[in-house]
Design a protein around this ligand. Structure first.
Ligand SMILES: Cc1ncc(COP(=O)(O)O)c(C=O)c1O
Length: 377
């Protein structure tokens, strides 16, 4: 038996057909397919705006960049964030010369609202919430805190494609939600992401900034036709090369059709793990928040002697993962060391068991039995 942590599954023929259309048209870049995918995502997620970018990281950076400009944040202003995340979440705050202030995580391994409140100060401008593994945690309390204190809310929804409350995709409560369609995410492409702002002006600005700040609208207004004098555009802002392309959009459009069905499959795998592991009192299963239909990007447990267990599982052909190491242990975030004791404690115990569509519930059960067998050794 060999069970990897993540193996993406693509609807290959359908993807190739969509890609073929781009190639035959001679239009693999930003254009007709990216627009089609944005429209399909807006419809699926019931979000007012969506713009395809070339990664979740690019989307998160743009989110901070645009909110900083509109809300006139100053260098050194603070964003409260989580230490248990992929570094993209926190690097993008630094890209904009703002300061990541770390709040501790709760038993869902998401931001703990009580600690968030303690970390809010005069310079706090926003909260960055990560729905770890597709979980909602206490997101609704964070939404309330932001509304009450007039803080911006950025949702790092990299793991949350298909995470729902009351049957609705999570995201519209935030000023901006950013999804990742990286190769091993629930809606895999190769590399891309979707940035979804609440306001039309932010979305319009994002579209300009993802193409180096080129103002196509000004050009269109001035020239009154797109076909003449294409070089006569204006550049009003320092933008980035962050836009998505039609090849990624082609894959995304196909994969989106299967997202709900695939997430359900993931939830069934998670249920198999839960029933096999729940009697083992040395394993703590990270719970899903009530009312949350998780995308189940991850199935996470807490175990003692985690690293030894990983070696034993590897020897048996099972390759779990760790999401994530406490970011305040990294050299560059060490200034915050000691500020999040719970995150620090669980960071050495967190283990993500394999969840993907090429596994069966029987495989999940076998992995669980191996975990139980080796946990006490
Ligand atoms: C929590 C989290 N945030 C952000 C990202 C960045 O997404 P991408 O890989 O699409 O840049 C990832 C992806 O690995 C992630 O796991």
């Amino acid at each position: 038996m060999e069970v990897q942590l993540f193996v993406p599954t693509f609807q290959v023929d359908e993807c190739l057909q969509e890609i073929r259309e781009c190639l035959e048209k001679g239009w693999p870049g930003l254009g007709f397919k990216t627009i089609e995918f944005e429209e399909a995502w807006k419809k699926y997620a019931n979000l007012p705006y969506a713009h395809l970018v070339n990664s979740g990281t690019a989307g998160l950076h743009l989110a901070v960049n645009i909110l900083k400009k509109r809300l006139k944040w100053q260098e050194g202003d603070e964003i409260i964030t989580t230490p248990i995340t992929f570094v993209s979440t926190n690097h993008v705050i630094l890209y904009e010369k703002l300061k990541p202030v770390f709040a501790d995580v709760d038993h869902y391994v998401c931001l703990d609202p009580d600690d968030v409140i303690k970390k809010i100060g005069k310079k706090t401008r926003a909260i960055m919430f990560v729905g770890l593994g597709g979980n909602l945690g206490q997101y609704e309390k964070i939404v309330e805190i932001c509304r009450h204190l007039r803080l911006a809310l950025i949702l790092d929804a990299a793991h949350m494609s298909g995470t729902k409350i009351d049957g609705q995709q999570v995201g519209k409560e935030a000023d901006v939600a950013v999804f990742s369609f990286h190769a091993v995410k629930n809606l895999p492409t190769a590399d891309s992401g979707m940035i979804c702002f609440r306001l039309a002006e932010d979305d319009a600005f994002a579209r300009k900034l993802t193409w180096l700040g080129i103002d196509k609208d000004t050009y269109a207004r001035t020239m009154n036709t797109e076909s003449r004098n294409k070089w006569m555009y204006d550049v009003e802002d320092i933008g980035f090369k962050y836009h998505g392309n039609s090849i990624m959009a082609a894959i995304g459009l196909v994969q989106l059709k299967y997202l709900d069905q695939e997430n359900e499959y993931r939830r069934n795998l998670a249920d198999s793990y839960t029933s096999a592991l729940k009697e083992c009192n040395t394993i703590q299963i990270i719970p899903t928040a009530s009312g949350c239909e998780s995308s189940r990007h991850l199935f996470q447990i807490l175990v003692n002697k985690r690293d030894k267990l990983i070696v034993a599982l590897n020897k048996n052909g099972v390759f779990p993962g760790v999401h994530y190491r406490d970011n305040t242990e990294y050299s560059m975030y060490r200034y915050a060391s000691g500020t999040c004791p719970h995150a620090h404690e669980i960071s050495g115990k967190l283990l993500s068991l394999p969840v993907h569509l090429r596994m069966t519930e029987k495989d999940a059960d076998k992995v669980a039995q191996l975990v139980i067998k080796h946990i006490h050794k």
